[in-house]
Ligand binder design. Structure first.
Ligand code: ADP
Ligand code: ZN
Length: 525
């Protein structure tokens, strides 16, 4: 017996068989079921709605947030002989009207629509005059404020269910943390949808985190040692850092281009085009770059600063190695990053709204997870997949902690000294001064504050500056110390520090590899 879905896969797309869960998803949707598809980037989400759209009667409506992506997908479909089109703000009014006419005449198999256009009364009215084959909501995490790419228009997509209850809907995303997943279900009214959760493992990506000393030099050494002539992405937090780093890499002879939202649209597009078409371009970018970029041979993704969350990290690193060949995810992380992230958490929300306790709890949970990932002595992949709900995976053998197991030491006593110093100095000083006190350095500030008279003065001789910075970093990452908003990174104890101070707890710390000799002493904050 012939299976129409398989026929479409072979005859139209030229593939022999479905991959992974595709067959099940396609069968479910062809039969009229709703689905929530969680699949990593490169897993093959597109076919999950393209094939059912061709099998079922009528036109499949695809919601996508990215104009460039729509364009590429429609081009590819037209080449395969699929009657596809898109509607978004890039079309002139006459062209848009022509597409609407095709839709009404039943001459389209797939129509890609920007969310803000889909939810207009005019477009919903058009849809009521035809038979949509299905609704596919791509990048569905955009509906969730907990996700990393919230788009307000997405929240209105619940209207699809209200207006077209009989049309099957698929929400697709490469974001799989449980919170975002539940939010997608709730926001889109997909409570009864079947969930298809693929493994999020990207076995060809090697995860590595280096202790930050001089991030740029470290990046350069990494590139020179492993990625001459390769295409890759370097993520920075700020636009300024993007510009500076791109210029600096270019001066070092690398084919590096900047990308961030502050550049003119034409320049951004030109850089993106070069990244995709030329060989060996290094894109230095903010997170504004990357979503929907389908370049298979990105050999590395480097982070000079911490990403905003583990989901963000997974998405960003996931742009490497889509061709399945070995690729590197490299990140430099240090004390200043931990402090900056903890401070960010303490800040009022950007939108000026009052703080929302639920939101705060979630943000804290996410930050804890991110910092724990950076500090782990366990297999990175295990921690990462565990965060996405995949438990009990074996150590991968392809991450830094697997390849060079981290030495751990009993840091209980050192942590008690550090915490006592925070306490005795009044819980308002930054790491630099605290280390001065621990190491008995007679600085101006020590003299002014009379800190040489404290019981903690000069008790820290067993570690050097770098050792103490590592201890403080790990205490901040573990949430035993909080960073104050007032002043400059003043530290105070949290509730969680109490058992350790009372000696009820043993604390194991990572032993960081010693910094390379050439980079000299790290500047103090
Ligand atoms: P995603 O949207 O999940 O990132 P895509 O739908 O873009 O992934 O698919 C990734 C790549 O895998 C594409 O090049 C696609 O053609 C290919 N692909 C998907 N499904 C199959 C299949 N069943 N057989 C062969 N190649 C496939
Ligand atoms: Zn591992």
């Amino acid at each position: 017996m012939s299976d129409p879905a398989l026929d479409v896969l072979r005859d139209t797309f030229g593939y022999e068989r479905f991959r992974g869960p595709q067959a099940e998803i396609v069968a479910h949707v062809v039969a009229g079921g709703d689905a929530l598809v969680l699949m990593p980037t490169g897993g093959g989400k597109s076919l999950c709605y393209q094939v059912p759209a061709l099998v079922r009667a009528g036109c499949g409506i695809v919601v996508s947030p990215l104009i460039a992506l729509m364009h590429d997908q429609v081009d590819a479909l037209l080449q395969l002989g699929v009657r596809a089109a898109y509607l978004n703000s890039s079309l002139a009014p006459e062209a848009a009207r022509a597409v609407e006419r095709e839709l009404l005449d039943g001459r389209l198999d797939l129509l890609y629509v920007a969310p803000e256009r889909l939810v207009t009364e005019r477009f919903l009215g058009l849809l009521e005059r035809i038979t949509p084959a299905l609704f596919a909501i791509d990048e569905a995490h955009c509906v969730s404020q907990w996700g990393h790419d919230f788009r307000r228009e997405y929240q209105q997509l619940s209207v699809l269910h209200e207006r077209f209850p009989a049309v099957p809907r698929l929400a697709l995303t490469a974001t799989a943390d449980a919170l975002t997943r539940e939010d997608i279900r709730a926001q889109l009214g997909l409570g009864d949808a079947r969930v298809f959760l693929s493994s999020f493992d990207r076995p060809n990506i090697r995860y590595r985190i280096v202790p930050k000393h001089n991030a740029r030099q470290q990046l350069l050494r990494f590139l020179e040692a492993e990625h001459r002539g390769d295409a890759g992405i370097v993520y920075c937090l700020s636009r300024r850092a993007v510009d500076d780093t791109a210029a600096w890499l270019a001066a070092q002879g690398w084919n590096a281009l900047p990308y961030h939202a502050g550049l003119a649209a034409e320049l951004r597009r030109a850089h993106q085009d070069r990244f995709i078409r030329e060989e060996g371009v290094v894109m230095v970018a903010t997170v504004a770059f990357g979503m929907g970029i389908d370049k298979p041979n990105v050999r590395f993704v480097a982070h000079l600063d911490l990403p905003r969350s583990l989901e963000g990290y997974y998405q960003e690193t996931g742009r490497a190695g889509r061709d399945g060949l070995p690729a590197n995810a490299w990140l430099s992380y240090g004390l200043a990053d931990a402090i900056a992230m903890r401070r960010l958490l303490a800040e009022a929300p950007e939108d000026g709204l009052p703080r929302d306790p639920a939101r705060e709890r979630i943000d804290r949970h996410k930050l804890d997870a991110l910092l724990a990932y950076c500090e782990t002595a366990d297999c990175r992949r295990r921690v990462l997949l565990g965060y996405f709900g995949e438990r009990d995976t074996a150590p991968c053998g392809n991450c830094d902690t697997c390849l060079a197991p981290v030495e751990r030491w009993d840091g209980t006593r050192a942590a008690q000294m550090a915490l006592s110093t925070v306490y005795r100095t009044g819980q308002r000083y930054g790491v630099g001064h605290l280390i001065d006190v621990l190491l008995g350095r007679e600085t101006d500030k020590v003299r002014e504050q009379g800190h040489a008279a404290l019981s903690v003065w000069n008790i820290g001789g067993e570690l050097d500056e770098g050792g103490w910075r590592s201890v403080f970093r790990q205490l901040i990452a573990a949430g035993l110390l909080a960073v104050d908003l007032e002043g400059y990174g003043g530290l105070r104890l949290t509730e969680a520090a109490r058992p350790l101070l009372k000696g009820e707890h043993t604390l194991w710390l990572r032993r960081d590899p010693a910094p390379p000799r050439s980079s000299g002493r790290t500047p103090r904050r």
